[in-house]
Every structure is written in structure tokens, then in C-alpha cells.
Design a protein around this ligand. Sequence first.
Ligand SMILES: [Zn+2]
Ligand SMILES: [Zn+2]
Ligand SMILES: [Zn+2]
Length: 215
Amino acid sequence: MVIEPKKRNIAYRCPECGTAVLGLVGKFALKADLLRLKCSCGEGDAMDIGAASDKRVRLSVPCLFCKQNHSYTVSESIFFDRDEFMLNCPYSGMDIAFMGTEEEIGAQLDRTKTEIERLMMSLGAEELSDIQPQDMNEDEILPDPAVYDTLKFLIRDLEDEGKVICPCGEGSYELRFCDGGVQVYCERCGASYTFKAMTPTMAEEYLGLDEIRLK
Ligand SMILES: [Zn+2]
Ligand SMILES: [Zn+2]
Ligand SMILES: [Zn+2]
């Protein structure tokens, strides 16, 4: 008796060119090695599929909507035996990886192609890159949004007590993200004060301040 080795059809869409990249994952091959699927355009990130402990499969899937990879871990039985399943982007909710028979995957790719086209049309986007976040280089990485909220709370509190001191006397203060943290600035004279905080814990250290002087 010959036992057919288990195989799984899988697909994702290249974040650079939008092309569907299809592959076949074998159960035995997966045990031996990390599998990598890459678009023939050579530009987009690859999808990685590897075996994890406890009979699970780990996937790193390029996301067309976030332009970064998302990680998933699914049990081997779901990965190889479930008739059809998809992984979706935790931010946009769109399906980004498809597993099933070739026909099923084809149908899902058609469906999501229409979804993407509809999304682009509703946003007036002409190219894929118009719906994707812009490339950021290392020093442009923004702090956690919770940092902004914490500091905004601090500024409003100090402002109420007249403890935000500005060279122009009395300004109105706003916050913005800046290199390495968040900056409070005066809308009237442009003076500013920078909080060097990239994480909520770093931001909380500023909560002890009882006044802020803008320069
Ligand atoms: Zn591509
Ligand atoms: Zn995403
Ligand atoms: Zn001012």
C-alpha cells in the first residue's frame, strides 16, 4: 500500500505587485525544512512556512495591506486537513493567505481581487502603493500611540493648572510625534518641549513633572 504524502495548496498575494503566489506544502518536507514562497517579481517579501512544536505550523505571511509580514501558528490538522481556510490581516480584516484545493484557492483569489479593486476605487487609489503605508526608514519609526495619549493627558492637566510655561506668555499647546518621541509645541510662537519617549513606560516617567517650560 502506498500512502500519499500529505500536501497542501497555499497562496498569498505579493505586496509589491499584487500577483497571487501559489505553492504546495508537503508534510514531510515541512518537517525537514523551512519553506519559502516568493513572488517572481523578486520585490515583495516572501512567505515562510515552518514546523513549530506540538504539531503546529508557523507561517509568516506578507500582508498587502500593511506591507509587513504577519505571523500565525495553526495546528497541523487544521493546516493539512481542513477543506479550506484563510488567514486574515489583524489590522484590515482582509484575507491574506489561502489554503484549500486549487479550485477553492482560485475562487478566493477572485473574490479578494474584487474586494481589493473595490477598496482601491473607494479610496481613489490608482496603484497598490496608494493603499499601503508609506515606507519608513529606521529613524522615522513612530512611538507607540499610547505614548501620545499619556503625554496629552499630562499636558492638558498641567495646562489647566497654568503649569505649561511658554516664552510668549500664553499659547495654545498641541502635541505631535517627532524623532525619538513626542513634542508639545506652542501654536502661537512655535516654542516646544520634547518628551524622549518611545514606549508607554518611558512616557509615564514624565507624569511626575509639575511644570513644563517650552523653549
Ligand atoms: Zn511580486
Ligand atoms: Zn496586515
Ligand atoms: Zn508660545
